[in-house]
Design a protein around this ligand. Sequence first.
Ligand code: AP5
Length: 217
Amino acid sequence: MRVVFLGPPGAGKGTQARILQERFGLEQISTGDILRRHLAMGTPLGKQAESYMQRGQLVPDDLVIDMIEHELERAPDGFVMDGFPRTVAQAEALDELLARRGTPLDAAVSFSADRAALVERLASRWTNPRNGRTYNALTNPPKVAGIDDEDGGELIQREDDRAETVAKRLDVYERQTWPLIEYYRKVGKLVQVDALASVASVSETIAAAIGDEAGSC
Ligand code: AP5
């Protein structure tokens, strides 16, 4: 099963990708998490990506497409991509990479939510920088504030979750990623979910739409 998640910042793509990974054993490929790891390690890719990410802009297509080509090698049995593709050029490149492997995409899940709710979610998000797991101070707080329940390490607030950067990321989504909804609708692969429903309800909707195929992968 090969699935991509489309949706604005804070829509819950990472949350749901982790649930799909656990439930169906799909490899989670989160371009945001991978890029943040490159930044933390100071790799050449991390250095090139840094200024774009800090400003809430997209990292150039060629860099991200090269990265995804490499990531696909570790997901021969299926994946859920959380944060890729984000432009039409990225979607076309993914189609080409998958066509070369003879493993076409099964579904593109689009998360929708209004801006005000997303801004509030991101302002109250706490992230484990070691593995990308998230909490929310309002709806899903950790047992001890600032500490991950599972590994006991520190939680952080992402730099790009500052209000002014969030506003830019939302604008970038509307301008550059929104057209992908039509791209996938045209080929009959689009699944739409209401991202403002509860975490459990969103994951049930996704599982109902793609579950049968995922269960057999
Ligand atoms: P990335 O890390 O991918 O950020 P994003 O797409 O902006 O998405 P987020 O991680 O902010 O949100 P999410 O939808 O995963 O929500 P989450 O599950 O955490 O990208 C960061 C940057 O990297 C980009 O700006 C860009 O510079 C670069 N980049 C990445 N990919 C790229 C690409 N392909 N091309 C070019 N550049 C790229 O949930 C949010 C909060 O809400 C959490 O607190 C969570 O607990 C809570 N929550 C989740 N679901 C629910 C629910 N149903 N109800 C209540 N609360 C919920």
